[in-house]
Design a protein around this ligand. Structure first.
Ligand SMILES: [Zn+2]
Length: 455
């Protein structure tokens, strides 16, 4: 064997066991106690072995509202690897008039020489023409088995809703999962105009400009569209009860609907917008009242939400502070490096999530939903040796200076967490050891994903 990791506690979605893990040719080949000798021995006494995190919602190298994000696929995936994430699925946005294939190729160009972890791509559809709908089957056959729709202005959703419904139906027919950003543009546009007229500018008014009901309305509409299109949907970055309630109800009726939440809605509340530089916390949808954080934790525990994903997009604080009107404020933040340790510390250590559920929401479920399982998302014989060695006792105060994203601020500056990755392996190669990045740029591969099947 190339590597044996000994004496660790292996945690998967269904199991916890003290055992050795043997790796050969980049895959797990042996699991059991007292495995034979190997070229490299790694002692994991007192540590957990988790399957590497699978973050299915990233915008690593991205342009929005005239700004280019500060990370590229090297810095973004180095941050991911340091935080125990070994696979991302990034959103490939088309240029005006571009084909699905064209957007995939453009994103591969950005990623291929830089990424240090494996990645997949979700094609985004911003122009739901018949030509684009006709291209969807080929994209799925090429291994891109999910599409993203935005129910907001940048996608002209309200104007083109009937065409977007055909996209959802076609995705279902060709074996893909449709990811939906659900916020109601009618309410948002109306409020933005009212706020501007009343002189309410800036981040302090941001949460009220995109209220919980705008999210709830859009989720209800998306679920109804998917029901009549007879297709599965996956609702990204849900933040509040108004969004979760229709998901819970649809799932109870057997509709194939999944929900994702995002770390900021578990760890932060809207009071943050009152801080100096409150723009640093700004995302679409906004942070909500503190009461909603518990709603999100309950949703995760009870399987009304299936995944946690970051929506990572690294900006500088200057970029974040550049917008004036509420609708011009730049959403998104760097989050890949802290997702696992924060979720472990706030979730597992505080008794909100079991160890198995933690692994399920950060690795197994996203891998299953997006056609990566069992290559990714578990530690099993035959799976890629994407493994995080995690020290549950390691106390860390989160500081921007220790992070690997090129963003010039840290969302959780000064937060104390217990538990941090000490080593990250990707396909059997140690790519991070004690915070030092060892993986070379461009070593990561584009993963061709399988067709969607319900879980
Ligand atoms: Zn996003």
């Amino acid at each position: 064997m190339d590597i044996v990791i000994r004496h660790g506690t292996v945690v998967t979605a269904g199991d916890i066991s003290q055992t050795d893990v043997g790796i050969e040719g980049g895959v797990v080949t042996h699991i059991g106690r007292g495995l034979g000798p190997s070229a490299r021995e790694i002692d994991a006494s007192g540590k957990y072995l988790f399957p590497g995190g699978v973050d299915v919602h990233t915008h690593v190298d991205f342009e929005l509202l005239g700004n280019r994000s500060v990370d590229d696929f090297y810095s973004g995936t180095a941050a991911a690897a340091c935080g125990g994430v070994t696979t991302i699925v990034d959103y490939a946005l088309p240029a005006p008039g571009q084909s699905i294939q064209g957007s995939i190729e453009a994103w591969q160009q950005k990623a291929k020489d830089k990424t240090i972890i494996d990645y997949g791509l979700h094609p985004v559809i911003l122009e739901p023409t018949q030509k684009i709908i006709d291209e969807m089957a080929e994209a799925v056959a090429d291994g891109h088995s999910s599409f993203k729709l935005f129910m907001i202005g940048m996608a002209r959703f309200d104007e083109l809703a009937a065409h977007y419904m055909k996209v959802i139906a076609q995705a279902g027919r060709v074996g893909a999962l449709t990811n939906i950003h659900a916020e109601d543009q009618c309410l948002i546009s109306y409020l933005a105009e009212q706020f501007a007229a009343a002189g309410k500018f800036g981040v302090r008014h941001f949460a009220d400009s995109r209220p919980r009901l705008s999210e709830g309305l859009a989720v209800q509409r998306a679920i109804a569209m998917a029901r009549y299109a007879e297709a599965p949907i996956y609702l990204v970055h849900l933040s509040c009860e108004e969004a979760l309630a229709p998901v819970r109800e649809a799932r109870a009726h057997g509709q194939i609907v999944y929900g994702e939440t995002r770390p900021i809605y578990l760890h932060l509340s809207r009071e943050r917008f009152e801080e100096p530089d409150g723009e640093r916390y700004l995302g679409w949808p906004p942070l909500r009242e503190a009461s909603q954080m518990q709603v999100m934790w309950d949703g995760l525990r009870c399987d009304n939400l299936q995944t946690v994903a970051t929506d990572h997009c690294g900006w500088s604080l200057t970029q974040k502070k550049s917008g004036k009107k509420v609708e011009d404020l730049l959403p998104g933040m760097s989050n890949l490096e802290t997702m696992l340790p924060m979720l472990y510390s706030e979730g597992v250590s505080k008794g909100r999530l079991s160890l198995n559920r933690f692994v399920e929401v950060i690795s197994t479920n996203p891998a299953k939903l997006f056609g990566l399982y069992p290559q990714k998302g578990t530690i099993a014989v035959g799976s890629d040796a994407d493994i995080v060695i995690f020290d549950p006792k390691k106390a860390v105060t989160i500081r921007h200076r220790d992070m690997h994203s090129r963003s010039d601020y840290e969302l959780y500056e000064g937060f104390d967490v217990t538990g941090w990755p000490t080593m990250t392996l990707s396909r059997g190669e140690v790519i991070v050891e004690n915070g030092k990045v060892l993986g070379s740029s461009g070593r990561g591969k584009l993963i061709r994903r399988k067709r969607f099947s319900p879980m």
